[in-house]
Design a protein around this ligand. Structure first.
Ligand SMILES: [Zn+2]
Length: 389
């Protein structure tokens, strides 16, 4: 056990104040009430954070009819930023956001256009640096960088470690952090999306949730007590590599009968070649017109996903399950079927029904998710606050 000195206490109170106003401004009096700090204490901390340009003062009408205004303390949007870098199999989306996670600028570089993944990453770094300059800002305005990339990702080495990943073997985090010379955190894409849902999305009011997304592979993440689980090296949360058949075919991960081998969209389509569907959207559109093959494929898919979901739910009994990726396309039927199947098989099914909710819709979902890989740690107080006092 170690003691707490006054500098630590001050930092902890500064982070408490910053976190209190993230969801909207507050008056100093409201801040004192919310944080439990004295009015004098709040006045001191707010002054410090305004000087460091993490907070600003705004005015709002308290009453439209009387015209009475009140001063609110808000997050400063125009001084500190975080870079987001979202790597995919084909491209690198890059941009920067303010402290509220709002996109300020964004662009995209494809691997094809750059020539190879390393060149793509370097071009993306150059482009975001240019965007920062175009906005009249410099490296000093950047607090840190969040990177998301398809898993598995070794968060300690800062790189992908799967031979099937186009980013395999490229020291992504070291390249980016040496380019910008600031803190850089990397997570797999599913964890980044969990962080998005927890910080801005439908998981905002949930302490424990499971996020599952369907696509070329099945991915997901687990949030417990408001924190995403990463595991020792960041290899946790591989929902697609849970075995649903110990006698099944060998998976690229070395295990047998992994969920991905049956329930990823390509696997599902290849098991029903005669049905003639080319995508998940195709299947779902046909389900809504009563097509029998599409219904059979959907029920098959729901059955497989439910086996895996029931196992996860029995382990940590989440408040809700968030459905993302293809599962969010015209989701009503999927939602109903998954809820019925899982809630009738899991333990403690009599106590309450676990809700299945749809992931957030956002044109900048992947980029904001990547940026939040950093911002989440920032608001957790992992980094000292920069700026002059
Ligand atoms: Zn596997």
């Amino acid at each position: 056990m170690s003691g707490i000195n006054s500098a630590d206490m001050r930092f902890s109170n500064e982070m408490l104040v910053l976190n209190s106003v993230r969801d909207g401004g507050m008056s100093r009096a409201q801040l004192a009430k919310t944080t439990g700090l004295t009015r004098a204490g709040i006045a001191f901390i707010v002054d410090q954070l305004v000087a460091k340009r993490f907070l600003c003062e705004g005015e709002r009408f308290v009453s439209e009819s009387t015209g009475r205004r009140s001063t609110f303390i808000e997050i400063e949007r125009s001084n500190w930023f975080a870079i987001g870098i979202a790597l995919t199999r084909h491209s690198c989306k890059v941009g920067f956001v303010n402290l509220l996670g709002e996109i300020v600028a964004d662009t995209r570089v494809s691997i094809e256009e750059a020539g190879d993944p390393s060149a793509c990453l370097s071009m993306a770094c150059e482009k975001v640096r240019d965007l920062i300059v175009e906005h009249g800002l410099g490296k000093d305005n950047i607090l840190g960088i969040g990177i998301s990339m398809p898993g598995p990702v070794d968060i300690n080495k800062g790189m992908a470690i799967s031979s099937s990943s186009v980013w395999n073997g490229i020291p992504v985090r070291d390249i980016v952090s040496s380019y910008f010379n600031c803190p850089c955190i990397i997570k797999n894409t599913s964890i980044a999306q969990c962080l998005y849902e927890k910080n801005y999305g439908v998981g905002k009011d949930l302490s424990n949730f499971l996020y599952i997304k369907l696509g070329d592979v099945i991915g997901g993440g687990v949030v417990v007590d408001g924190r995403p689980l990463s595991g020792h090296n960041g290899f946790g949360n591989e929902l697609g590599h849970v075995s649903v058949d110990f006698n099944g075919p060998e998976c690229s991960c070395g295990n047998k009968g992994c969920l991905n081998l049956y329930a990823s969209v390509p696997a599902l389509l290849s098991r029903y070649p005669e049905a003639g569907f080319s995508s998940w959207d195709d299947i779902i559109d046909s389900v809504y017109t009563g097509n029998a093959s599409a219904m059979k494929m959907l029920h098959d898919e729901i059955g497989m996903i439910s086996v895996a979901l029931t196992g996860f739910i029995n382990i940590f009994e989440p408040d809700a399950v968030i459905l993302g990726g293809d599962l969010a396309y015209r989701p009503q039927i999927v939602q109903t079927l998954l809820s019925e199947t899982v809630n009738s098989h899991r333990m403690l099914r009599e106590s309450r029904k676990i809700p299945f909710i749809i992931a957030s819709k956002d044109d900048f979902y992947s980029l904001r998710s990547a940026a939040y890989v950093f911002l989440d740690e920032f608001y957790e107080g992992t980094f000292p606050l920069k700026g002059k006092e």
